[in-house]
Design a protein around this ligand. Structure first.
Ligand SMILES: Nc1nc2c(c(=O)[nH]1)N=C([C@H](O)[C@H](O)COP(=O)(O)OP(=O)(O)OP(=O)(O)O)CN2
Ligand SMILES: [Zn+2]
Length: 121
């Protein structure tokens, strides 16, 4: 089994409004987000060149992140979904699994010390 990944970055604000008011993250604040898409394939599924998927093809994800998430308020971008790192990982996975069936996981980091991963079983 082969796994490839590509990292994307964006900056955005959010409010976790369902947290109690004493929690700092219930106030508006921002993060420099890191998103990693992970794609997997078996030996026989590799392209003739030997790719799970050409990294360059993931350029559409960068363009979409720049358009949809970068310098946005995530509460607006995600609608009713509370913009936790977990929900964001799932939301990005659901957006791209149709175009990239090899997608197995999406990782989202809000701070250098935290990661949330969505990886369907
Ligand atoms: N499981 C989750 N917990 C938290 C999330 C989340 O998305 N999923 N989000 C937040 C905040 O939005 C933000 O990420 C703060 O995280 P935290 O680790 O508390 O950040 P700090 O820099 O304040 O942490 P230090 O411990 O001071 O380094 C909160 N929780
Ligand atoms: Zn936050």
């Amino acid at each position: 089994m082969y796994t490839i990944s590509k990292e994307f970055n964006f900056s955005a604000s959010h409010v976790l409004a369902r947290l109690p008011s004493w929690h700092p993250c219930s106030r508006m604040h921002g993060h420099n987000y890191v998103v990693v898409l992970e794609l997997r394939a078996q030996d026989e599924q590799l392209s003739d060149v030997g790719f799970v998927r050409d990294y360059r093809e993931l350029g559409v994800v960068k363009a979409w992140i720049d358009d949809t998430l970068d310098h946005r308020h995530l509460n607006d971008a995600l609608g009713d979904l509370s913009p936790s790192a977990e929900h964001l990982a799932r939301w990005i996975f659901d957006r791209w699994i149709g175009e990239f069936p090899e997608l197995t996981a999406v990782r989202v980091s809000e701070t250098p010390k935290t990661w949330a991963v969505y990886q369907p079983e």
